[in-house]
Design a protein around this ligand. Sequence first.
Ligand SMILES: [Zn+2]
Length: 431
Amino acid sequence: MASDDFRGLIAWAGGWDGFEIVQWTPEEELAPDPFGLPAQRLIIELTPARDTGRRCSKCGTPVTVVHDVSMRRVRDLPLMGRDVWLFVPHARLDCPPCGRVPEQIGWLDRYQRVTKRLAEALAHLAQVFGVSAVATLFHVDWDTVKLAHRRALAAHLGPQEASDFSAVRQIAVDEFALHKGHTYATVVVDVETKRVLWVARGRGADALGSFFTTLGAAGCARIEAIVSDLAGPFLKAMRTYCPRAKLVYDLFHALQRYTVQVVDPVRIAEANRIARPNRHAGRTEIEHRRRHLTGRGVRWLLLRARENLRSPAERVRLDELLAANHALFITYVLKEDLRTLWQCRSVAAARHAWHEWYARACDSGIALLVRFAHRLALSAEYIINHAVYPLHTSLLEGINNTIKVMKRMAYGYRDDDYFFLRIRAAFPGLA
Ligand SMILES: [Zn+2]
């Protein structure tokens, strides 16, 4: 094919409105492709088309007075497997009504290093494959892909303040750590649609207050139930803004708290007790029994519901563990029974089950368990409320886990706004 024909083909495929090709040069790239093979690029130099005038980027009117022209290097979609680099002269104009303004280029946004359509492609692919994979594939900076994705998400989702909250009746509230636990963020979810309604920096009253303020008095009055961990500051904001909403204690958080405050310390105490010098057991046996309690996977065994254990071997291991340790056995049984409080479907049954559980915990003779039961008694009303509002208890656990995975994948995010947009995009809600 003659050079002119090829130029015509590139110009047609490129469709750089208002510009024409001065020349094009194939070139080998410095960085190899993902297979380590030499990657090819195409350098395309553009110049303003003779028949089209320049236009002001503010008001759109044609302007003839050019103040100066600078050369921009921008990336475009690959052409026939080659990365495309464009050299684009970009003028600053003196527009009579607007003053000094950059000229309008329909396919290229201001300050961007990639064309609109490349940004769009990067954003779409990043949504599916993640930022790193797309950056590698297109030989583009990680930040360029991230920026394209962030802008696309922001445009797609819109500001959360402007969302329609009119159908929201039941919400779930949770918090998660940002930046190695120094700062926190709060997330609000619509229980019925699983849509993330709100993500904001901070925890407790401040973060939640901003949501309730946006919701407005009428919106707050429509909230019937709130499920959460019901930690102190949350509780205060919920009572202030939604005094009539039923508060529901989330099972996932209750079990987490039970594990940290009761199961873990009881297990460690048992292990230490065994490790003490003992006439009846030799060193190896003590070490063996101690490792039995502190080894990998023990915490997991104790945390899972028995029916969720993956294999018969795990069930046998759990049984052995519990048979050998009385205190651990009690805490385990009461943990499983605690779970059943969230299965009651009437207030009377829930209240009865709670009183039973409380009495057994108090009679257990295990100080940590007794203390836990006393503290939990302050929230008993919120456990019983679950019988009326059986908000799905795996909702917050699922969101919590997704956020954790996203955070691990995105160790490079130092961009909270981007992270929050990704969380909102991951839970768009059911139609
Ligand atoms: Zn103008």
